[in-house]
Design a protein around this ligand. Structure first.
Ligand SMILES: [Zn+2]
Length: 361
């Protein structure tokens, strides 16, 4: 494959981003982009390269005391279906804005990784570049999870940066997330003789009251304020327009600050909904920001960015589980991620590359 190689030779990270956007790579269809990334990295000659499925890793082995991981996913969410959407494939330029699926999330970041891999043959710390598949789908399919299983040694590092879009800010840590089914039961009866039954939907009213009265906390962890949230996100009950419902489920989602373990978060919700049947259906730990780690501190100082908490769950939590402090730092506005109008400015991509080059040179 010559396209990515040519762009790496030209060293223009913005046009490299456009070349990556032109390779459609909706989750499950990463083969082509992975082939091209692998070929480009192998051609550089100064990196050790491995491939696992459609994930590629490449690293320097210079014997430095410190090693950092720069990671990004190769897949995107599906293409927009609305006629005239600009965040699609192929990409196009409008002035200095680059539109295309993945422009924000996160091929600008992937282009920065590739440009660093090509441009820094002798960085001041050892660097492991990680490109992985299946980030935008359920966690069990994640290429990063598979790499952690197959190549645990490769992901060990002092610090990791995920080049997800953060508008050039440093986003440390992330909230955890847990889902619960809160079930109430009753007794079915004809609604014309409701006194013969017991209404399971009405029985859920106190659940909703407790949730709407609940005041979510903001918790300071390692110097960053994490805002929590606790919400009913779905409700299901009732069989027909003339039947008193005997079964109701309120689905609840708790986004909890990384000062809590998953167990503590579950217990918190059980206590709030004491007296109800509460079952955990899904749960992921949060991640502490880790900005007090020396490698992280030197990074924040070198890039001169403001540190903020991350609200969505991201793969920084996976690195945190591996014992590697991690942050998000990448070009583009995360609010545009997955939108029909996804775009990124050439300047944002070039600034990100410049900041990381400063830190690693
Ligand atoms: Zn992403």
């Amino acid at each position: 494959m010559t396209t990515l190689d040519n762009h790496l030779q030209l060293q223009d990270v913005a046009s490299l981003t456009a070349a990556l956007l032109d390779i459609e790579s909706v989750s499950g269809n990463e083969r082509q982009i992975a082939d091209d990334v692998e070929a480009a990295l192998t051609a550089l000659g100064h990196l050790e390269v491995v491939r696992d499925g459609d994930a590629i890793m490449a690293r320097t082995n210079l014997g430095h005391d410190e090693r950092v991981v720069l990671a990004g996913h190769l897949d995107t969410v599906p293409l927009p279906t609305t006629e005239g959407s600009r965040g699609t494939v192929p990409s196009h330029w409008d002035g200095s804005s680059l539109f295309g699926r993945g422009a924000t999330d996160m091929k600008g970041g992937v282009a920065v990784q590739l440009a660093l891999a090509a441009g820094l043959a002798a960085p001041n710390r050892d660097v492991t570049y990680v490109f992985y598949d299946h980030e935008e789908v359920e966690a069990s399919l994640s290429g990063l999870g598979r790499l952690a299983e197959h190549y645990p040694g490769w992901l060990q590092a002092d610090f990791a940066i995920l080049l997800e879009p953060t508008n050039g800010n440093v986003e440390g840590g992330c909230n955890g997330t847990a889902r619960f089914d809160v079930t109430t039961t009753g007794k079915a009866a004809h609604s014309a003789r409701a006194w013969m039954g017991a209404n399971a939907i009405h029985a859920a009213a106190p659940v909703l009251t407790r949730l709407s009265d609940y005041e979510p906390a903001a918790v300071n962890v390692d110097g960053l304020d994490f805002r929590e949230s606790l919400n009913a996100v779905r409700i299901q009950g009732g069989k027909a327009g003339n039947v008193i419902p005997d079964h109701n489920v309120v689905e609840v989602n708790y986004r909890f600050a990384p000062d809590k373990t998953e167990q503590q978060a579950h217990e918190h919700v059980r206590q709030l909904l004491d007296g109800f049947d509460v079952v955990v259906t899904d749960s992921s730990a949060g991640a502490k920001p880790g900005l007090n780690h020396p490698a992280a501190a030197s990074f924040v100082e070198a890039v001169g960015a403001e540190a903020k908490p991350k609200y969505g769950w991201t793969d920084v939590a996976r690195f945190s589980e591996l014992g590697v402090p991690a942050v998000n730092f990448g070009p583009g506005d995360s609010l545009l991620a997955h939108s029909d109008d996804e775009h990124v400015s050439a300047e944002a991509i070039r600034d990100c590359l410049a900041a990381l080059t400063r830190w690693l040179s």
